[in-house]
Design a binder for this molecule. Structure first.
Ligand SMILES: [Zn+2]
Length: 112
């Protein structure tokens, strides 16, 4: 997945620089355990957790993830910030890649 590194963490490529600049203390993958847990796919920050999104940003940065980013995106039940529209195929490609990696040993067993 295309990403960028900011403050020692991986962020999805289109994550708004402005949001990084105006990150409210206690939110995001560096300062909130829920953001790190629920807002990341394979340690790449996709978006805020539901708590930060609702309580701190009043849903101005999306509805936030409450299960995990992968599941919430696939279910499509929550409103996501615009940058994720741009990243749709970036994310889908990566999820397919992760899935193939997981099942590779089943479909292509190692020869001895
Ligand atoms: Zn959070």
């Amino acid at each position: 997945m295309y990403y960028k590194v900011r403050y020692g963490k991986k962020y999805i490529r289109s994550f708004p620089e402005e949001w990084l600049m105006y990150n409210i203390k206690g939110t995001g993958p560096n300062e909130c355990a829920n953001c790190e847990e629920y807002g990341c796919i394979d340690k790449i920050f996709i978006g805020y957790c539901k708590n930060c999104a609702e309580i701190v940003y009043y849903n101005k940065r999306g509805d936030g993830f409450d299960k995990n980013a992968e599941e919430d995106l696939l279910e499509g039940v929550i409103i996501q910030p615009n940058y994720l529209d741009v990243e749709k195929y970036n994310i889908i490609n990566y999820l397919v890649f992760l899935l193939l990696e997981k099942i590779q040993h089943i479909i292509m067993p190692k020869m001895n």
